[in-house]
Write a protein that binds this ligand. Sequence first.
Ligand code: C2E
Ligand code: CA
Ligand code: CA
Ligand code: CA
Length: 278
Amino acid sequence: VKENGRNGYTLYKSEFENTALHKLTLQHELIEALHLKQFMLYYQPQYDLVDGRIVGLEALIRWRHPERGLVPPIAFIPAAEDSGMIVALGDWVLREACRQNRAWQDAGLPPIPVSVNLSFRQFAQMDLVGKVAAILEETGLEPRYLKLEITESMTMDVERALSYLKALTALGVGISVDDFGTGYSSFHYLKRLPIGSLKIDRSFVRDIQQDPNDRAIVAAIIAMAHNLQLQVIAEGVENEEQVRFLQHHRCDEMQGYYGSPPVPSEAVENLLALGRVE
Ligand code: C2E
Ligand code: CA
Ligand code: CA
Ligand code: CA
């Protein structure tokens, strides 16, 4: 696991991490951690690039481990996916994000959508739509305040993706394509699927200042998305130069350390009250 100070992760790495025994142990620990309520969600604001207001929040899971500290998703999501446990974990994330968003609204904060990452396994579930509907009902969150983030690879089976996404959007839930440009990309699916927004992967945003190819790619994604009536959000925005470039190309929103790192739910309240970055 790479250290990431901005996220407050604790650094830990060992040879043991890649062994089969470790994987098995980890899978057990994850099931236990869910029972012990050791998971928590951080939230990263998404900012409107025209007026600087917070227009959304992405829910990002962390594991608050009693000895290891705050464990990043990269250290346990793959194991949770392998074992299938991601489905139970994903249900928890969905419910918690919806519950929290509703609680913020009840506290009088400006209502904005919360985005939740879906894993492939969750997306492939037969009853995903029913589950989402039940969680919205249970938490009392209006569907328009929930967005689901899928990745390009989930759309490979276009017919299947089409039927799921149609049912989800019929509920009133928004759909974003995450890490856009890094996976299987077909313009075919963009045209056919009921998608609301694209998130430009941070690998393209990172070197905007130095790399003319990345500038060309980012500008092209924004233009294409707008031609398809999709909103565009840039990920991993870390500095003002990147913001200016994105504004110049009329990118709609940004997310990244420049605005704010992911923060615990208690800190979201202050951010929402504060409202904008200059
Ligand atoms: P992602 O969906 O692409 O999330 C964005 C990641 O980029 C987050 O890492 C966030 O902390 C990080 N990030 C945000 N701004 C910046 C920036 O300016 N610079 C850099 N270098 N990084 C930035 P995080 O929270 O460690 O999550 C990593 C990945 O784990 C996520 O990537 C997502 O694929 C997965 N993940 C997180 N939470 C969940 C979850 O609840 N369910 C599922 N299935 N996957 C999750
Ligand atoms: Ca995401
Ligand atoms: Ca992403
Ligand atoms: Ca990513």
